[in-house]
Write a protein of this length. Sequence first.
Length: 134
Amino acid sequence: MNKQTFGNMVAALRKKNGMTQLELAEKMGVTDKAVSKWERDLSFPDVNSLPKLAEIFGVTVDELMQIKADTKENVADNKVSGVITLALKGIALAMGVAVTVLSFLNEIETTSAVGMLGLGLACLAVTQFSKEGE
């Protein structure tokens, strides 16, 4: 399901299960007016009643609350991505420093300097594009 308000989620699940607001209210031990307020996002059920609501709909509390837990793979991917981004930024910085130092010492040709700076800029561009893709 797409991210939606809690009220829209309750209404969609209630209708999917073929229930009226009154039927859901009776199962939850509340009034149909309370269910109506939930569905219109005017109020929220008691936190202690969320497991019962999830059970009635046949979903987990996480699904009801639209929580997506990070899996171990997602965490590992994020760490690898962070290391790669850091390495690319380090390369860009190293190229800039190297060109500056070698220029002061008159130890670098213009074409080599441009190539090194180009490599540094390319590394920075990759990090920018990876941020925009997230």
